[in-house]
Design a protein around this ligand. Structure first.
Ligand code: GTP
Ligand code: SPV
Ligand code: MN
Length: 615
């Protein structure tokens, strides 16, 4: 399609303005057809950027550069007019200054390239909760990924019509091709110090420059569906969250929907598609990364998944850990930074079997495969943040209602993270505000998904609501928004809130794989079952200083290995000393950051926790 075919004057004027600045050789409006996908993929193969995979139908492997393997939080900006509105946890640059800098970079940045206009919808087409965007990009890789991750193409232009709303998203890899230069198989991107992932919250505008990878470049995902959407949600009275959505059916056939916020690479995709190890229970997937939640007419909170695909962490995904993800990514899938086998398949660490012969690693080096499916740190064949981009509809356990325009009613909200000590397997908040408190104190080890600096991985940081790098405004105000949403709602109809931790460690116990005291994955169904019954008000709990916890025997342990049965009491115990340290750290280092923006309800919860622990 050509620009002339766009009837919306606002879109047209904005595209023309960006064309003038970026100076692409061509402008092309994406229709979202299969023919278009195939043509652009061929262009990537011809440019040496993509390798077709003989072993997986219609699937391709891309390799990026070491400076462009994950989100770049240090180069991500919330550019509100006032710094206070970006808050203490976001990088901020004055919008006038940032725009001037970025305009300088955008000037002529698309020389030798095509500017693609991608109309896309976040959420099911026609849903009252969905929102539209237009991404302009000079990356075919981005067009192809957006095609899988969102509902993209002409149908969305038709929905926007001549006067509908859209979020403008401008993206460039920041690598012009001057004087007939070619990519020659090298992933185009800019140096780290020239990367800018910028959100302008007052204008609901996104400008991204210099990276072609994941959330930096697929602007519908973290930039729009979280950073801009958190701002829209606050304005309009709903919730935009970094949460998976799952459907849980108990042996009696009763259904509940659960969301869960865990930081990047902390188990959302795995939990969303787990295969329960307890008989009679069923888990189906609605979404694996982002939830948009609004109150329905019946007063309950309803969630939609704004995405249409999974951008999942490849390493660690095996037939044992997440068979449903493997099947989702068995065809029509884009792989990024995985290793390539001699017979034309992808491979990654902990895929469940060793590779044979030679492998091409994510840096493009050919090396002999190791006899195990693990590699020494820093020498991995697949980058630790290697990803698959797969259509959600290919997931064997996708719930039939996953595209229901009204969303699904949520009974429980989980918070979690990687905490090697202190935080028990599961505890429930006493009420909504106590749940907001639990969300506000989430901490987790840093993972390879959130930094390109490997030396940061494993350090613990607070990641409130798992949304630290994705909140488009002051985090203190975000806490207040959660308190306000709860205060307005019918208390009986609000979801119950839980804090889970699959990642407690005991490095001295040689029996435990990876040192983890809980098997995780499919065995997390044991915890989901307890949560399900809690939502029904079952008497399966004890009241503890930190909240409600499973009473003895309330977690089903049938079939669990003996060494996990032995560690269970330790991870279902209240570590009073550890929690008192936690209280001190929150009081001295975490909460003071938010100053007057911190809701008094949360300080009250902290005081209450300390008092209960000290009794
Ligand atoms: P993003 O897509 O970055 O937001 O990550 P995510 O939250 O979807 O995490 P994902 O499910 O992809 O898991 C990330 C890593 O954690 C993988 O290497 C998994 O194997 C591992 N993991 C997931 N669930 C568990 C669990 O229950 N226990 C343990 N020990 N590891 C897990
Ligand atoms: C995350 O880091 O949380 C991801 C990957 O899901 S990205 O889309 O790159 O943000
Ligand atoms: Mn994920």
């Amino acid at each position: 399609m050509t620009l002339d075919e766009i009837k919306n004057p606002k879109i047209k004027a904005w595209v023309e303005e960006c064309v003038k600045m970026c100076e692409p050789d061509n402008v092309y409006v994406c229709d979202g057809s299969t023919e278009e996908y195939d043509r652009l993929m061929k262009k990537c193969v011809d440019a040496g950027l993509a390798t077709p995979l003989a072993k997986k139908p219609n699937s391709f492997l891309f390799r990026s550069l070491p400076s462009d393997v994950a989100r770049v939080e240090g180069r991500t900006f919330i550019s509100s007019v006032k710094q206070e509105d970006a808050g203490p946890t976001n990088n901020w640059i004055d919008p006038v200054e940032l725009k001037a800098t970025m305009k300088g970079l955008y000037k002529g940045c698309m020389h030798g390239r095509t500017m693609y206009v991608i109309p896309f919808c976040m959420g099911p087409l026609g849903s009252p909760i969905s929102k539209n965007g237009i991404e302009l990009t000079d990356s075919e890789y981005v067009v192809l990924n957006m095609d899988i991750m969102t509902r993209a193409g002409k149908k969305v232009l038709d929905i926007i019509g001549t006067d509908g709303e859209f979020v403008p998203c401008l993206h460039s890899v920041g690598k012009p091709l001057n004087n007939g230069e070619k990519d020659n198989g090298i992933w185009p991107c800019a140096d780290v110090e020239h990367k800018y992932i910028s959100q302008f919250p007052e204008e609901h505008l996104i400008w991204s420059y210099g990276s072609g990878y994941g959330g930096n470049a697929l602007l519908g995902k973290k930039c729009f569906a979280l950073r801009i959407a958190t701002v829209l949600a606050r304005e309009e009275g709903w919730l935009a969250e970094h949460m998976l959505i799952l459907k849980l059916t108990n042996p009696e056939g009763k259904v509940k929907y659960v969301t869960g916020a865990f930081p990047s690479a902390c188990g959302k995709t795995n939990l969303a598609m787990l295969i329960p190890t307890i008989p009679g229970w069923k888990v189906e997937t609605i979404g694996d990364d982002i939830a948009w939640m609004k109150f329905g007419k019946d007063g309950r909170l309803y969630a939609i998944n704004p995405e249409a695909g999974f951008f999942g962490v490849a390493p660690g995904t095996s037939a044992e850990s997440n068979k449903n993800a493997l099947i989702s990514a068995s065809k029509n899938t884009i792989f990024t930074n995985c290793a390539l086998t001699e017979d034309g398949d992808v491979w990654w660490e902990q895929i469940g079997y060793p590779a044979k012969g030679k492998l091409v690693d994510w840096k493009g080096q050919t090396r002999d495969a190791l006899p195990k499916d693990k590699s020494p740190k820093g020498e991995e064949f697949a980058h630790p943040n290697a990803r698959f981009t797969a259509p959600a509809k290919q997931c064997p356990c996708i719930a039939p209602e996953w595209e229901n325009p009204e969303g699904v009613p949520i009974s429980a909200i989980l918070f979690g993270g990687r905490r090697p000590s202190t935080v028990p397997l599961v505890h429930q908040s006493r009420n909504w505000n106590h749940g907001v408190f639990l969300g506000s104190i989430v901490g987790s080890e840093i993972t390879a998904a959130s930094t390109i600096d490997a030396s940061q991985v494993g350090k613990i940081r607070r990641d409130p609501f798992a949304i630290l790098p994705f909140c488009g405004y002051n985090m203190g105000d975000y806490f207040q928004h959660w308190v306000d949403v709860g205060a307005k709602a019918d208390q009986d109809k609000l979801p119950k809130i839980f804090y889970v931790n699959w990642f407690r460690k005991d490095e001295n116990n040689a029996d435990l794989p990876g040192g983890f005291m809980w098997p995780g994955y499919g065995d997390n169904s044991r915890v989901l079952a307890w949560i399900f019954d809690r939502c029904d008000g079952k008497d399966n709990y004890v009241d503890t200083p930190i909240g409600f916890m499973p009473k003895e025997g309330a977690i089903n342990t049938d079939g669990l290995a003996d060494y996990y049965k032995k560690t269970l009491p330790q991870i279902l115990n209240v570590d009073k000393e550890g929690w008192l340290k936690e209280v001190k750290d929150i009081r001295e280092n975490h909460y003071p950051k938010f100053g007057k923006h911190l809701p008094k309800e949360l300080t009250a919860c902290l005081d209450d926790l300390e008092a209960r622990l000290s009794k």
